[in-house]
Design a protein around this ligand. Structure first.
Ligand code: NAP
Length: 290
């Protein structure tokens, strides 16, 4: 046993990285090293800052040098989708890739953002999405990435609201066949398309990054609502503080961040880490470094 462990750690670690621009803030190396320690996997995970016009060259170099897998963050998830030789059904539905794996026949692309969000809400926050009314704020890459998984969770209704209403409408039209197949009422537009209270309001806009409030009708949030901000930080966002004042239960996206990473780890290593202790440690770590 001891001999097997020594041999394992004498071999070179399998190389992984997160590629983005910027990428210096990324918690992914810390998260994946926690998973590796938990499961006794010998990996090395770093950050790669790709030039805005040099994503493809950066990815090709990483894999040519023996890299095994990449996470893709802003602004390259659509480029990664185009670059992948084959993609999973959930990446195809989202039209974006956040996980690349080097397979013998080329690069395999997956999208773990949606399953990360749904797992955090359903498993960690213990709120089943089935037959719920969901309001999704935003129509950018993150909203698009999580929509297939949200629809698969079989809510009764999903309304997309965006500052630029036309983008929300376009997203709703794009996902209409999937929503119809899953018997979910799907609508999109400006804030006036969302009427009444919702069980879950998800902020998938980048408004919190600039400390602004996304546009939504305040009737959407009541005491029974879960208000979830995809953004994560040591302090609650303006969206979360507003929702708290309206009596809602709130959460930021730390759980989603760790859950999407756990799913990527599974895609690469075939082993599923235990996310709960890593989420707790990451919350503490973020408070300490705030
Ligand atoms: P994006 O593609 O640039 O889209 C930005 C969206 O936010 C658009 O819908 C935009 O509306 C809207 N928006 C921007 N500023 C706004 C404001 N002041 N008021 C109202 N709406 C505003 O960005 P993204 O990739 O979707 O990322 C969105 C957020 O998700 C980011 O905060 C990111 O950190 C977070 N995220 C978290 C995780 C996680 O693991 N927790 C994963 C992925 C993303 P317009 O169409 O009108 O411009």
């Amino acid at each position: 046993m001891r001999r097997a462990m020594i041999i394992k750690y004498r071999t070179k670690p399998a190389r992984y990285a997160v590629v983005g621009h910027p990428v210096e803030h990324s918690q992914s190396p810390w998260i994946h090293h926690c998973f590796a320690a938990q499961l006794g996997e010998n990996i090395d995970y770093t950050r790669l800052r790709a030039p805005l016009d040099g994503f493809v060259a950066c990815v090709r170099r990483f894999f040519a040098e023996g890299g095994r897998g990449l996470n893709i963050t802003l602004p390259f998830k659509l480029d990664a989708y185009v670059l992948a030789d084959a993609v999973s059904p959930r990446a195809a539905a989202a039209g974006a890739v956040n996980t690349l794996r080097a397979d013998t026949d080329g690069l395999y692309g997956d999208n773990t953002d949606g399953v990360g969000l749904v797992r955090d809400i359903e498993h960690n926050l213990k709120l089943a999405l089935k037959q719920r009314r969901i309001l999704l704020l935003g129509a950018g890459g993150a909203a698009r990435g999580v929509l297939p998984a949200l629809l698969e969770a079989a809510p009764a209704e999903l309304v997309i609201v965006n500052r630029t209403a036309a983008r929300a409408l376009e997203l709703a039209q794009h996902f209409a066949p999937l929503a119809e197949h899953l018997a979910c009422k799907l609508r999109g537009g400006g804030e006036n398309v969302a009427r009444g209270a919702f069980d879950i309001v998800i902020n998938a806009t980048s408004a919190s990054v600039t400390a602004t409030q996304p546009c939504f009708n305040s009737c959407a949030i009541t005491e029974g609502t879960l208000a979830y901000d995809l953004m994560y930080g040591a302090q609650p966002s303006i969206f979360m503080r507003t929702a708290q004042r309206l009596g809602a239960r709130v959460s930021n996206g730390v759980g989603m961040l760790v859950e999407q990473a756990a799913e990527s780890f599974f895609v690469w290593r075939g082993k599923r880490p235990n996310s709960a202790p890593v989420i707790e440690q990451l919350r503490v770590r973020m408070l300490k470094t705030a």
